[in-house]
Design a protein around this ligand. Structure first.
Ligand SMILES: [Zn+2]
Ligand SMILES: [Zn+2]
Length: 597
């Protein structure tokens, strides 16, 4: 969630309801394991809440039902939430048998972390909230009493393992996820969305459609693309490459490692080292695996003298980068350790900068639209008054250029005041998928620092050396994350132009196989990606399998089709287009492909 949205959420009634429901749940769990349940943290989250427990045995789905029923009884008691402030010593006494709370109290006392283990500045007041028999270390806020929680709009969802403080060296706890809404209808709608999200989950579909895998033998967070996923990715990349060329980008390629000195000069070792893997030693010289492509593109720029007439230069690369993420936070294609950025760097004169930013934004939008995304939202991060490079006035022009290009694109956007990184303002482009969920993809980042640090110059009209501007642009961001978004947005049913198999030929009996193969050859020659299902399964089973594989066209072939030189066309939606000559089917398919349907 973006900072401002989160603030609004934390002030809302529903936030207090969810937070209060988390306390009620913790009470019910402690009653289930008297004297044995150890409680950790239990914050509200987007759409619900959770609480982490250390319990003597694993929870079952039946347990959740018992806990949920007990929660309804507690809610019916109309218990008030009472707040109290106390000293760290008193708090330690109160939570003497709760080791996780003791650790949190230390964090509050020393001022390192809050009661959720989140970093804070300076020591804070230690407060507790009590309702009925349950007391929690808590800053609130809560509803006045449990009657404000609608017992028909609360549901416990599932139990998952979660390391204490997200640290895989600490104990594994049981996290119960729950949700709470104001009305039963809202709850129902939410459960529908949850079901739909499960149906679209790229990790499930990735397996079912044989798109990719993550192998223990290779390592966590490292993606293996299978032929079908590889095909979708290749088509997506081919399309993007062609568009890049047309838009005036040039392609460069760079290595996976570079000398420590390069990363020192670029500043990565200063401000990004915790995201980088440990260095390699090659002939006494340290090398790092690249977490970004920028310094390499800068070196290409610097390989010769640049004149004002050469600019702008736009270098693009599908560069695979590696970043360290804790194994506990890795998630399918979304949080990984190796990913391919569709990275580009614009080098331009200051007078060209507004146009370059505008072009990068328009270009990004047009490509994302081609993949079926229509709903975008942008965030503009402006200068952080505490931490910024250059002079404050220098920030005005690029910030204004970014804002103006958002206006011209008629994009809804929000200004994240003071949220920019020190080296320049930026636009983050998010897209909303079919379930209205936000995906962070494109970034257009203005950079004051790198041209300075790496001493980039061009010879101006006046014959003197000048500093060019640099704009980092990642369009879909990470190919892995983008593929995840594509899979979930389309629920695995890719538009025809992206489908790894566009048509499957289904001969009804063995005697139709030869004809099916000859039609298949004809379609292949016309450029379609096809498959022939020669198995001696029943036709209905073949159709069902093709539907599960989300193949756009099923071409069924029986006696009549062989006789008349036709195919009977069925769509994955179940729609039956009937028999048609092969040329007609080809025309139909080509129209769908052209329109990117
Ligand atoms: Zn609380
Ligand atoms: Zn860059």
């Amino acid at each position: 969630m973006a900072a401002e949205k989160r603030e609004r959420y934390e002030e809302s009634e529903i936030y207090r309801i969810r937070h209060s429901a988390a306390h009620v749940m913790a009470q019910a769990v402690m009653e289930m394991f008297p004297g044995e349940a150890k409680i950790a943290i239990g914050p509200p989250i987007e759409d619900g809440f959770y609480y982490d427990f250390d319990l003597p045995r694993p929870l079952t789905p039946e347990d959740l039902e018992v806990i949920e029923n007990r929660m309804r009884e507690i809610i019916a008691g109309d218990y008030r939430y009472e707040r109290d402030v106390l000293s760290a010593d008193r708090a330690r006494e109160l939570f003497a048998d709760q080791p996780y709370k003791i650790e949190l109290i230390e964090g509050l006392e020393s001022g390192g972390t809050d009661e959720y283990g989140e970093p804070i500045e300076g020591p804070v007041e230690i407060s507790i909230f009590t309702h009925d028999t349950f007391t929690d270390l808590c800053r609130g806020p809560h509803v006045e009493d449990t009657s404000k929680i609608n017992p028909d709009a609360v549901k416990l969802l599932n139990v998952a393992g979660a390391y204490w403080r997200g640290d895989e060296r600490r104990p594994m706890l049981q996290r119960i996820y729950g949700t709470a809404w104001k009305t039963a209808e809202e709850l129902e709608q939410y459960l529908w969305r949850l079901d739909e999200a499960r149906r679209r989950d790229h990790r499930r579909l990735g397996k079912e459609l044989d798109l990719y895998s993550i192998s223990d033998a290779v390592g966590p967070g490292l993606i293996l693309w299978h032929p079908k996923g590889g095909m979708v990715r290749k088509i997506a990349e081919d399309y993007c490459r062609a568009q890049h060329l047309e838009a005036g980008y040039e392609f460069v390629y760079s290595p996976h490692i570079g000398k420590a000195n390069l990363w020192e000069k670029s500043g990565h070792l200063d401000w990004y080292q915790e995201g980088m893997f440990a260095p390699l030693d090659i002939e006494g010289q340290q090398y790092y695996i690249k977490p970004m492509n920028c310094p390499f593109h800068v070196e290409i720029y610097k390989s010769r003298t640049r004149s004002y007439r050469d600019l702008p230069l736009r270098y693009a690369e599908w560069g695979t980068v590696y970043r360290y993420e804790r194994s506990g936070v890795l998630h399918g294609l979304l949080r990984v350790r190796g990913f391919t950025q569709d990275d580009a760097h614009h080098f331009c004169r200051p007078d060209q900068m507004p146009e370059e930013i505008d072009m990068a934004l328009q270009f990004s939008l047009s490509i994302l639209r081609a993949f079926g995304f229509e709903d975008f939202y942008a965030y503009l991060s402006t200068r952080n008054p505490e931490k910024f490079a250059g002079e404050p006035e220098e920030w005005d022009a690029p910030t204004e250029a970014l804002r103006a290009s958002l206006e011209r694109a008629k994009l809804p956007y929000q200004i994240d005041e003071g949220q920019a990184v020190f080296y320049g303002p930026k636009i983050d482009l998010k897209l909303k998928d079919a379930l209205n969920r936000e995906w962070q993809l494109s970034t257009i980042q203005f950079d004051f620092i790198l041209p300075e640090r790496l001493d980039l110059t061009y010879v101006g009209e006046d014959g003197k050396e000048h500093r060019p501007y640099m704009i980092h642009r990642a369009l879909v961001g990470s190919m892995e994350r983008f593929m995840g978004a594509l899979i979930e947005h389309h629920a695995g049913a890719f538009p025809v132009w992206l489908s790894p198999v566009q048509a499957i030929l289904i001969p009804i009996a063995d005697r139709h196989v030869d004809y099916a193969n000859s039609v298949g050859d004809q379609l292949k020659k016309a450029g379609l990606r096809i498959d022939v299902d020669e198995r001696s399964e029943r036709m209905n089973a073949k159709i069902r399998d093709a539907q599960l594989q989300k193949v756009p066209y099923m071409l069924i072939i029986g006696d009549q089709e062989v006789e008349t030189g036709a195919v009977a066309v069925r769509l994955r939606s179940g729609e039956d287009l009937g028999a048609m000559p092969i040329e007609d089917f080809l025309r139909h398919a080509e129209e769908d492909i052209q329109a990117k349907r």
